[in-house]
Write a protein that binds this ligand. Structure first.
Ligand code: DUC
Ligand code: ZN
Ligand code: ZN
Ligand code: ZN
Length: 484
């Protein structure tokens, strides 16, 4: 047979139009797209299904080692199952850095952890302590390995950077040809409000949201962009939750600044009412930025349609509700400040965005494919190998039943933790099979991939994130290399 696999008769959605055709796969890659492919060792009939490029989740937290020696509950094996269950085939996750420590050792350790999973993976390097030794010696080494993005937090103890430290990361990223991804919330403002809320006895989970209203996100978004503009370094603003932050991105984009905006399913579905559920239950919905309102969801959809927000990732960061590694790790009734932030979302991401977006008529099928696969792959330098259905690309596909109605449950999510914030939500549209490099890794909810088969995706320099060469007054103390 000429092909290892043929996917036949599906509606192939490329992000730039949909056509009924067959896909021929050989050695893990797409080698033919044709009206009819017969000469294959194996065929999958996809009549009535959409054939999508496998989802690319460019922001997710998996098995991040903790300074104390543990790691968060989601391992690469469980994360892979959850991702495949939801039609996602590639991820970009985070190598931590702890203050007082370097990054090289963490990189080596994290590569080994990731190699035990089934997902194709790349990394962002978190920078929480940009010392001379880290920035001049270790970071260049990690980047040379293919880790082409640095992640910074403008809030969070103990990760946050001040403006001088952030500038140092930006200038080093520019020199090395990396993207910088940024968590934008104002550290001092959140600390001040948190202290005041607790002083007034307002300690329940819902006050997590009160401690970080949209204005603190808008301020930090503006500042993150302004400093990036000052040094001419491209950035992506992570998890935009409100229109006022998105407007800062839109204004900068309109002046030509290279800034991209990401949002997540939680910012078009969860609300302050969820985080205000009785007792400790609200902890299940606690993430940063915090869930907003229905009105805000509508504004986020509008910013998606305008293209201001062009990537939707999960920010999967999972803690169980029960147990001593989860939401109650600092006590069964911890004050909001001491409850770990983050919600699981690997498997829910594509179904929620398809259902709320495409099925409800808010975005087109092309938009969906670009937002969840093509755009993150392009921005992270993984395209055209990932994020596209094209000859030469990896054969990563999600076979999607656009009419299937499913009620979300924790069991369907296949992640490591004991709850989903989307329990009981009805969706229309569901992945019936996931194919990773030509191998069927999920079929009808059954994940069937061997641990250790996920591949590291090194990322070389790429044009999209090249600095513009525009600085105030033309003063550029360290021009980036001219040719990459
Ligand atoms: N917010 C983040 O920024 N990271 C992980 C968890 C969360 O809620
Ligand atoms: Zn600090
Ligand atoms: Zn973040
Ligand atoms: Zn995150």
């Amino acid at each position: 047979a000429g092909y290892d696999l043929a996917v036949r008769g599906g509606q192939v959605a490329t992000g730039f139009g949909t056509t009924r055709c067959d896909i021929g796969v050989k050695d893990g890659r797409i080698v033919a797209i044709a009206e009819r492919i017969t000469d294959a060792a194996r065929a999958i009939e996809a009549d009535g299904l959409l054939v999508l490029p496998g989802g690319v989740d460019s922001h997710c937290h998996i098995e991040e080692p903790q300074p104390g020696g543990g790691a968060n509950e989601e391992t690469f094996a469980t994360a892979s199952a959850a991702a495949f269950a939801g039609g996602t085939t590639s991820v970009v996750c985070f190598i931590p850095q702890w203050k007082g420590h370097g990054v090289w050792e963490r990189y080596v350790d994290y590569r080994a952890r990731a190699a035990r999973g089934m997902l194709d993976h790349s990394f962002h390097q978190i920078i929480s302590d940009p010392t001379d030794a880290v920035m001049e010696q270790e970071v260049p080494r990690v980047v040379a390995e293919g880790v082409r993005s640095l992640k910074v937090f403008l809030t969070y103890e103990p990760l946050h950077l001040d403006d001088a430290q952030y500038l140092r990361v930006l200038t080093k990223a520019r020199e090395l040809g990396c993207l910088v991804t940024v968590h934008c919330e104002n550290y001092a403002a959140i600390n001040w409000r948190t202290a005041e809320l607790l002083k007034h006895g307002m300690a329940a989970p819902k006050y997590h949201a009160w401690a970080r209203p949209p204005v603190v996100e808008r301020e930090a978004t503006h500042r993150a962009i302004a400093l990036a503009e000052l040094v001419d370094q491209p950035i992506q603003v992570f998890h935009v939750s409100c229109a006022e932050a998105a407007e800062e991105i839109a204004r900068a984009q309109a002046r030509g600044v290279k800034v991209w905006g990401e949002t997540c399913p939680q910012y078009v579905t969860l609300t302050a009412a969820d985080i205000d559920r009785p007792g400790f239950e609200g902890a299940k919905f606690m993430c940063s930025p915090a869930p907003r309102t229905r009105e805000e969801h509508a504004r986020i959809w509008e910013m998606i349609r305008r293209g201001t927000l062009d990537v939707i990732s999960s920010d999967h960061c999972a803690f169980s509700y029960e147990g001593d590694r989860g939401k109650r790790q600092n006590g069964a009734d911890a004050v909001f400040r001491d409850i770990p932030n983050g919600i699981p979302g690997f498997a829910a991401r594509l179904p929620i965005i398809f259902s709320e977006g495409v099925s409800k008529g808010r975005i087109s099928l092309d938009d969906f494919v670009r937002l969840t696969s093509t755009n993150p792959a392009r921005l992270m330098g993984l395209a055209p190998r990932k994020g596209m259905i094209a000859v030469g690309a990896d054969a990563d596909l999600a076979l999607w039943d656009p009419a299937k109605k499913v009620t979300l449950t924790n069991a369907l999510m296949q992640h490591a933790v004991d709850y989903t914030p989307y329990e009981g939500m009805e969706v229309t549209g569901w992945p019936v099979a996931t194919i990773r490099r030509g191998e069927v890794v999920m079929r009808d909810g059954k994940v069937q991939a061997e641990p250790g088969t996920g591949r590291f995706l090194p990322r070389g320099p790429y044009d999209l994130i090249r600095p513009r060469g525009i600085t105030p007054d033309g003063f550029d103390p360290a021009p980036p290399p001219a040719v990459r």
